[in-house]
Each structure stands twice: as C-alpha cells, then as structure tokens.
Ligand binder design. Sequence first.
Ligand code: URA
Length: 253
Amino acid sequence: DPPWARRHPHGPAVMRRLDQLLANLGYCSRREARTWIEDGRVTVGGKNADDAGRKAAEADVRVDGEPLDHPAGLLLLLHKPTGLVCSHEEREGPNVYSLLPERWRRRHPVVTSVGRLDKDTSGLLLLTDQSALVHRLTSPRHKVPKVYRATVDRDLSPDLGPVFASGTWTLPGETDPCAPAVLELVGPREARVTLTEGRYHQVRRMFAVHGATVLTLHRERFGDLSLDALPPGRWRELPLDTFDRPAAAGRDS
Ligand code: URA
C-alpha cells in the first residue's frame, strides 16, 4: 500500500449529550436543542427524549423522525469552481463552503478543505470534518500525488521536464528544494503536472520561474480519485474509510 493508504481505526460508538450532539451536527444551538426536546422533536430508541443533558448513542437518536445527519463525519469530493476561496475567513470573499447545505456549515468540528486550491484554480478538492485525515493527506511525508492541468501564456520548452523532475531546484525565496515533479506536455502551451507536495501557489510559481504565466489551472486527480463527470460546483460523498482501503477508491485510472 502507498503510505497514505494506511489504516487508522475509527473509535467505538460514543455516548454524547443530546444538546451537544444536535449542536455539533449543525441542527441548532444547544439552547435551541432544549426547546426542540421539549417540543417532542427528538427521540432516543423510539421514545421521546425529555432531557437535553441525557447521553445517547448517535445511532439511537431521531430528529423529527429522521436519523441524524452524518453523525460519524463527512468526506466530500468537490469540483471546485474558480472564484471561490478555501478559507473560512469571510473577508477573503465567497468560499467553497457556501456550496454545502447550511447544516453542514454549522457543524463542529468544522468541515474544512484538505489542503487548498487558489481562488482561480478549479478542480478536485476534498472537504472533511476529520482532522486526522486532513493531516495525513496533506503531510509531505505521505506523498499523495496530485495531478494538475495548466495552460500557460507561452510555448513550453521540453527542457522543463528534467528540471521539474530533478528534486534539486529551489523556488525563489525558499531553501528546501521542490520534491521531484512530473511534467507532461500535452500541447505547446498546456501541461499536466504531478506534485507530491503542496506549497503555496506551487504550480504557478514553478512555471513563473521559467518565464511562463499560468492562465488556467485545474486539479484533475488527488491520489487515486478523479472528478469523473462531476460538474463544477457539485460534490459527491465518499465513504469515511476511502483512504483506509488498499486501492484508495476511484480505481478509474
Ligand atoms: N498550485 C497552484 O499554484 N495553485 C493551486 O491552487 C494548486 C497548486
């Protein structure tokens, strides 16, 4: 298995306070949860709950007769459109989380992106509330391959491939050389680049060093995952154990 496909155990079912459970899953505030419970909207094991402080296992709880919304966590594959940022900071502009259902945007832990794509970059972006997974998939140690398709403003030299692949050249202002990257020319001004790390504006800066400005940038793959026919702005759910399985899902290469 590649190192990033290593197994990690999911814990046993936890008992949590009802008000905390509802608040953390984005239904309402803890205060509102008390009202919901008084109003008879919440059941545990089929019986009306009457105490916001009572502890229950997620699987036993219903709200308005419905099972809880993804109590174990979320892992989403999003086709990020250009024009949205991956930051939660409102002042950085419209963000990718605005594409998600309201309730998911109120969850704790928060749903966050696995690494970031620039505002002007489109393509495959993972979103999750599993911080251990974010850490594992973004750690340079784990070398998850990410494939980008770039168009640039001038013809690319075939000499660029060996430079990107060398593992010895350094971006301006940095001291660590870039890990070996694969460059495949798909046209005179179009290339596919495979990176195993994710430095700030990395693809744009790699081309800029060689005098080329990136005009469009799109991420086609993340590990074994690809967008397939998913349109921009849409997401699909992935099983939480996607990266625990030997052939890290997708399997469409
Ligand atoms: N490299 C970039 O320059 N931008 C991205 O969004 C991703 C990789």
